[in-house]
Write a protein that binds this ligand. Structure first.
Ligand code: GTR
Length: 413
């Protein structure tokens, strides 16, 4: 009896201190509640029916709602930013590619905050289209090449002290990209801000707040990583071997969320790929399946601005939903990809979001997804908005890359 009372008191205490414990995430499709999405194509009760109205009023309105309620503002480039090429190998991959390492310095001199870029460019062309994407574990994990620099920053920041060269190489498929005439630019995301709740104190939200004229509270970590993608673009615009009009932004998972917000703010990216970006990325927030707003806010409070916490238990009050973020990419080619075993990211919510976003593409007379029914597994569907759900888990695979290459061949190259 005493044990039972102790158990009940402990449980009640838990429920009182952490209301979230009482409400687990729903993983059952039959328990998805009905929801009403904010109307993508209306503004203050007025219907948006052409590109002019969309570009002049609705799109800026949506971007500003995301700024104020979800991710925060993305500032421009610091005026003292400069690039230093630290290595160059014109004979990489048996002569098929040029491999460069470039440090993007955000302040004058070489001691301040910086981002280390690893770049592969095909040798067969004068100028190549390039895929850009931040990596999770350091540049040296993206390819087995033993000469890729392991940066000092990585050594002092990374929790994973083992140097696992090439451990993430299946996620990058450099050889396949080069063989198809594409370059690849990647950098370690935590170069700009450590991925934890105190990361902002040592990251660029603090070190660059004066030069960027933005306070740390005005943006979250996803916006910071989105910003980093744009600084990579700044460099690519200066590289003679790069076709800067054909740069495709990619991102997996949290870095997919960051890529979406980054691309929404930077028109220079010619196409956007969201790989398993899930909650806070492509997936509809109002569909209660898998990770939800309360859970992401609790687990990753630093990813979003403070205001987003207001919606943890009131998602229906959020003035946006993620189809609106995807729609801001229009008319640029947009690819949304899910994985069958990635229920946490809510594949159906990712698909529906892309489906609803397709109506913004229709304004430009560009076809998006053909139907509100999900396509069969491993069968991409759609034109300017394309979607696939592949077999397997939360990851980036060769299959994914093959579809992205086909998509880029068709709409970017
Ligand atoms: C999960 C998180 C997702 C996704 C993922 C990742 O733990 O719940 O939102 O961002 O991590 O980035 O790997």
């Amino acid at each position: 009896m005493r044990l039972l009372i102790r158990f009940l008191t402990a449980t009640m205490f838990l429920l009182m201190t952490d209301g979230v414990a009482a409400q687990n995430e729903n993983m059952d499709e039959s328990k998805v509640n009905p929801y009403t999405l904010p109307d993508l194509l209306s503004s203050n009760g007025k219907k948006i029916s052409n590109v002019k109205q969309w570009e002049r009023s609705r799109k800026p309105e949506i971007l500003s709602l995301y700024q104020q309620h979800v991710y925060g503002r993305i500032p421009g480039r610091p005026s003292a930013m400069h690039f230093i090429t630290t290595s160059i190998d014109r004979n990489a991959l048996q002569g098929k590619a040029t491999r460069k390492e470039v440090t993007i310095h955000f302040t004058a001199g070489e001691q301040g905050p910086s981002l280390h870029l690893l770049l592969w460019i095909p040798n067969e062309r004068i100028k190549s289209p390039v895929f850009v994407g931040l990596n999770f574990d350091g540049n040296h994990t993206t390819h087995a090449d033993s000469t890729i620099t392991v940066t000092e920053k990585w050594k002092t920041t990374s929790k994973n002290k083992a140097i696992l060269r090439g451990s993430q190489s299946t996620r990058w498929q450099v050889d396949t990209l080069i063989a198809h005439g594409y370059g690849l630019a990647t950098a370690w995301y935590q170069d700009v801000e450590r991925d934890d709740s105190t990361g902002w104190q040592t990251g660029i939200r603090t070190t660059l707040q004066e030069s960027l004229q933005i306070t740390p509270k005005e943006w979250g970590a996803l916006a910071v990583w989105g910003w980093a993608n744009s600084r990579i673009m700044d460099y690519l615009e200066t590289d003679e071997q790069v076709d800067a009009k054909r740069v495709i932004l990619t991102g997996h998972s949290r870095l997919g969320k960051a890529a979406l917000w980054g691309a929404a703010n930077d028109k220079r990216f010619a196409a956007i790929i969201s790989n398993n970006s899930g909650e806070g990325g492509a997936a509809l927030a109002r569909r209660n399946f898998g990770e939800d707003v309360k859970r992401i806010n609790r687990a990753f409070p630093h990813w979003f601005i403070g205001k987003f916490k207001d919606y943890s238990f009131a998602v229906d009050q959020l003035p946006v939903d993620q189809h609106m973020l995807l729609a801001t990419m229009a008319p640029r080619p947009l690819y949304v990809a899910s994985a069958l075993e990635d229920a946490w990211a809510d594949p159906k919510g990712e698909f529906l979001s892309a489906w609803h976003a397709s109506s913004a593409y229709a304004l430009y007379v560009k076809k998006g997804l053909p139907s509100s029914n999900m396509p069969p597994v491993n069968s991409p569907a759609g034109k300017w908005v394309r979607y696939h759900i592949r077999t397997g888990k939360h990851d980036v695979t060769l299959f994914d890359w093959q579809q992205y290459i086909d998509f880029a061949d068709e709409y970017v190259k």
